[in-house]
Design a binder for this molecule. Structure first.
Ligand code: GLU
Length: 553
């Protein structure tokens, strides 16, 4: 076969050589041991939680080694692509503080010396390498139609063939002569370019997965498609060319790609490229509410599969990152305890120690992590973040909150900025309800009493309190006054005493406080009531006490 003639016939416009690109993309100037990683999403218009997970792992792996991580857009599958699916990814990442300095930085923008970083703009590179494979006799055109390929699949199924696909004796177009190929092309038949595999069925390959250790698999024997009939590469071929020319040292990707590794190793070798290290990360899983089984997070069934869900709900970016790190690396929580204020992305991540079984994503645990994260924020920070969230998702609440920003900050400061802050808020969409009793617009009265307190006693308590409270009291005096009210009303200020002798009293000081709390906030449980009262002010306190008493009469 005259391969030069074949190559020129198939790819007449390609006049560059692999050497041209080798020179264009020289080795990176990085210290010994530095890792180059990449996050390579397809622009589906949607950032999956698994994507954010991948992005973080890639960034941290590069960072701890003094290397670099870049973002490559894999848009060769036109069926899956949507208009400007890129912004959804770059904005989604940026919202969580994960941005890539190299690669695609937004819709139509990029940075770095190894671009273009969007696969559809690299077609000439793929075709140049494809042409070099044709010249070496390692790639050939295949004219099989979709119907013929379906027939082949059915035949293999009927025969019970263990390996299925286009290979060996089934590969009809493998040995076409140049004349036959010329005739088909002259007749306008469409072709794809296939890899001519030299693998054999009885050979096995070994590779070392950074996360999973040694893996053994049958060698690839399939004549995989390299270029589709429109000249666009398949994932397999684009991966080979891009990770070579971009000098990726560690290909970190989802575990669904493990089965393709033999194919990829064969392609790297055929192209004369060094095989990168592979690390296949576990899937992000959840426990199915109905079946109780572990399953992959699904875009269709689980709103939390999309990163946008966390933005809309108002989870702070730190909470999600912090939580993802706890499921990515078992050492993270200990490190966090020892380093409570260091940014999460400075965690000394070790890819090798990552668990290879599915990472369980649990919204309840995220909620706990987030409560902790928010409890450590200063009131002004909480205010700023809530206001920003509300501006986007609840403008009415934004208006209420910002009408008197200073008061709102003070409300959010109750039981905060102290050594034991309350951990009540896990996301910004809970704040309106959490502080609703401070706002006329949102305050919903509910004077339901606990069963052990009668309406008569409740009326007596609030009437007495209306006479005695004094906003000039310090906290001890304030509580002293509530204690002093107890005995005349038939309650005891002493909880232990009450427990010893419950029949002697109507209740204890806790019950008296509960009645006051219900009257002032319509809740049985609130942050520090003393601080709440200071913010409500004398007139409002009196009005609420009166209103509650009227309701119980
Ligand atoms: N574009 C591929 C995907 O979205 C990326 C796989 C890889 O990282 O190599 O699944």
């Amino acid at each position: 076969m005259d391969y030069q003639k074949l190559a020129d016939l198939l790819l007449p416009d390609i006049d560059k050589t692999p050497e041209y690109y080798e020179e264009m993309y020289p080795a990176r100037n990085l210290p010994e041991g530095a890792r180059v990683t990449r996050f390579a999403p397809s622009p589906t218009g949607y950032l999956h939680i698994g994507g954010l997970f991948q992005a973080i792992i890639n960034q941290m792996t590069a960072k701890v080694s003094g290397g670099s991580a870049y973002l490559r857009v894999e848009d060769t599958d036109k069926k899956r692509e949507i208009d400007d699916g890129v912004s959804a990814i770059t904005n989604g990442l940026a919202t969580f503080g994960v941005s890539f300095k190299e690669g695609v930085t937004g819709f139509g923008t990029e940075a770095g010396d190894y671009g273009p970083y969007t696969q559809s703009k690299r077609v000439e590179i793929y075709q140049t390498i494809a042409k070099s494979l044709i010249l070496k006799g390692l790639a050939y055109p295949c004219f099989c139609t979709a119907d013929e390929l379906t027939a082949l699949r059915e035949k293999q199924e009927a025969e019970g063939a263990l390996i299925r696909g286009y290979f060996g004796k089934y590969a009809k177009c493998r040995d076409l002569t140049l004349e036959e190929i010329e005739a088909k092309i002259a007749a306008g038949e469409k072709w794809v370019l296939r890899f001519r595999s030299d693998g054999s069925e009885d050979k096995r390959i070994f590779f070392e997965d950074v996360i999973r250790g040694k893996i053994e698999m049958p060698e690839n024997i399939i004549d995989e498609v390299l270029l589709k009939s429109d000249g666009i590469p398949t994932y397999h071929f684009a991966h080979t060319c891009d990770d070579h020319f971009m000098h990726t040292t560690h290909v970190i990707r989802a575990e669904e790609w493990i089965s393709s590794v033999p194919k990829h190793i064969a392609l790297f070798k055929a192209c004369g490229f060094k095989v990168p290290k592979y690390a296949h990360t576990p899937q992000v899983m959840k426990i199915d509410e109905e079946t109780g089984d572990k399953r992959k997070l699904s875009k269709r069934k689980d709103p939390e599969a999309a990163v946008s869900y966390f933005v809309e709900e108002g989870f702070p970016k730190e909470s999600l990152i912090e939580y993802l790190l706890t499921i990515i690396s078992s050492g993270f929580e200990d490190w966090r305890r020892a380093n409570p204020t260091v940014p999460a992305m400075d965690y000394p991540f070790n890819l090798k120690k990552m668990s290879s079984s599915g990472c369980l994503f649990d919204l309840v645990k995220l909620t706990d992590v987030s409560k902790n994260v928010i409890s450590l924020m200063k009131a002004q920070e909480v205010y700023d973040r809530v206001a920003q969230w509300a501006q986007a998702y609840d403008t009415e609440f934004y208006n209420e909150l910002s009408a008197d920003a200073q008061r709102s900050v003070a409300i959010l400061n109750i039981d905060r900025e102290n050594p034991k802050p309350r951990k009540d808020i896990s996301k910004w969409n809970e704040v309106k309800d959490y502080i609703s009793y401070f706002f006329d617009k949102y305050y919903v009265k509910d004077y339901t009493l606990p069963e052990n307190i009668s309406k008569e006693d409740a009326v007596a308590i609030v009437n007495c309190y209306a006479q005695s409270f004094d906003l000039n009291d310090d906290k001890d005096m304030w509580f002293g006054r509530i204690k002093d009210m107890c005995e005349p009303l038939g309650f005891t200020p002493n909880v232990k005493e009450y427990k010893k002798n419950p029949d002697a009293y109507k209740g204890h000081v806790g019950d008296v406080s509960t009645v006051i709390r219900i009257a002032l906030t319509s809740r049985r449980n609130t942050p520090d009531l003393y601080s709440i009262m200071a913010l409500l002010g004398e007139d409002e306190i009196k009005a609420r006490l009166q209103d509650a008493a009227d309701s119980w009469k």
